[in-house]
Design a protein around this ligand. Structure first.
Ligand SMILES: Cc1cc2nc3c(=O)[nH]c(=O)nc-3n(C[C@H](O)[C@H](O)[C@H](O)COP(=O)(O)OP(=O)(O)OC[C@H]3O[C@@H](n4cnc5c(N)ncnc54)[C@H](O)[C@@H]3O)c2cc1C
Length: 403
């Protein structure tokens, strides 16, 4: 392991310095190799990310040092087969990894999700020179990946994208603008969804894998947000950006399906990240109310306080059940669209409300930035938009109910 902070202390592979590693009901379904990655992620989050996360937020910058450190700790090729240098982690394992990292900071966790999903897709689908060019750097974490689907005028209705790709001999020319590019401020490799023929609708969409330093790629500075600055979201414009024929990663007609292919996994992972943040909220508030006194007794002995935290605990348990059930469904190769939608919707909602409850029982000290709850509360708002807004989860759920 590599940290530029404190060295690790002694521990066994399940990390007995820390609370029991895998306390979700499906934890026992993890392979040994998964447990080791989850443990590595937990130690890394608690010993590296915890020291840096607040500065990423206050300095409003991409967590570049976090990404580099993640690479050194083999957390950048999680979905890539071992034969290509990756960890080949299971879905359940990945969900646990993300819960552990987001328990400390959502922004770096989400940055790593976007990067790892792209590395996994390149590992599964890229061929020939494209694969040789991009896969090793993505796996090692020497290059940072980003997924460019959303546009300034197009979000939920992703089939309506307008960034254009025009064929010109043995090159393609990209024009238009992408928005909300996680990792975008510092990305090295861009996976760009573009329309090759607007008359074809979603059947005209293709995906290009390109260098971010190509001429004609123009990055805006990172967005000013209510939180989550560590994930480096920005806009990226393409101004007559010429790319070679071999940059065509997913052929015309298959780009839209490819974009949607990983969406259930992405939603499960948002659920897991919410579980991590809410878990931290509950721990922080519980520790606080045990130590704080009012009216001659501990806050922890006031029934109003106890019941508030009991409600948060119930919501956390329910989020875990929904999230890890959806993860297991995916892992078993079954359709998990509805399970993933339930998990993401529920976990986002109760994480936002639960973190507010945790901060409320801490009184005004709940609002101070000397603990992580304000950072998590802001991030919990962002979880309502990423990987399909909350209302889009309702579209999926109601369709399964009523159509
Ligand atoms: C922190 C962050 C990181 C992101 N990272 C990426 C990234 O890396 N790559 C990327 O491509 N995108 C990314 N996104 C964009 C994200 O995927 C979009 O925000 C999301 O798809 C919703 O699109 P929109 O924000 O444009 O909302 P819109 O589509 O404009 O929707 C506005 C509102 O209308 C509702 N609505 C829309 N359609 C329906 C419907 N059919 N029924 C009911 N209600 C509806 C929505 O739920 C929402 O409440 C990111 C977003 C955030 C906040």
């Amino acid at each position: 392991m590599h940290f530029d902070s404190a060295p690790l202390g002694e521990m066994d592979h399940r990390g007995q310095r820390y609370p029991p590693l895998v306390d979700s009901i499906y934890g026992s379904a993890l392979k040994d190799s998964d447990v080791q990655v989850v443990q590595r992620a937990r130690v890394w989050a608690e010993e590296f990310v915890a020291l840096k996360a607040e500065s990423w937020e206050t300095e409003r910058r991409f967590a570049k040092d976090g990404f580099e450190s993640a690479g050194q700790n083999q957390l950048t090729g999680l979905l890539v087969p071992a034969s290509d240098g990756g960890e080949d982690i299971s879905v359940l394992g990945l969900a646990h990894v993300l819960e552990e990292i987001a328990a400390v900071d959502f922004a770096i966790a989400f940055a790593l999700v976007c990067h790892n999903n792209l590395a996994g897709a390149v590992g599964r689908k890229a061929k020939g020179r494209l694969r040789e060019k991009f896969l090793p750097g993505l796996v090692q974490g020497s290059s940072l990946g980003a997924f460019l689907l959303t546009e300034p005028e197009v979000g939920s209705d992703a089939a309506a994208i307008t960034v254009s790709a025009t064929n010109d001999g043995n090159e393609w020319i990209l024009n238009g603008e992408k928005a909300w590019v996680t990792n975008g401020t510092d990305a090295d490799v861009l996976s760009v969804y573009a329309q090759t023929d607007s008359a074809l609708g979603h059947r005209g969409i293709a995906t290009f894998l390109i260098d971010a330093d190509n001429s004609g790629v123009i990055k805006t500075p990172g967005y000013q947000l209510l939180g989550g600055h560590g994930l480096g979201a920005n806009s990226i414009r393409f101004d007559n950006c010429r790319v070679s024929e071999e940059s065509l990663f997913i052929p015309v007609g298959e780009g839209f399906r490819a974009a949607m292919e990983g969406i259930d996994l992405a939603r499960v992972l948002v659920g897991a990240m919410c579980c991590g943040m809410l878990r931290t909220g509950l721990q922080t508030a519980s520790d606080y109310v045990r130590k704080r006194f009012a009216f001659g007794g501990r806050l922890a002995d006031l029934q109003g306080v106890r019941f508030k935290l009991a409600d948060v605990s119930t919501d956390l348990e329910a989020s875990r059940l929904l999230t890890y059930r959806a993860a297991l469904t995916l892992q078993e190769g079954r359709n998990a669209a509805v399970e993933a939608a339930h998990a993401k919707k529920f976990a986002s909602r109760v994480t936002e409300s639960g973190l507010a409850s945790c901060m409320q029982v801490m009184g005004a000290n709940g609002a101070k930035r000397d603990h992580s709850l304000p950072r998590h509360l802001a991030a919990s708002r962002l979880t309502h938009y990423v990987d399909g807004a909350t209302e889009i989860q309702d579209v999926v759920i109601s369709r399964s109910l009523l159509d």
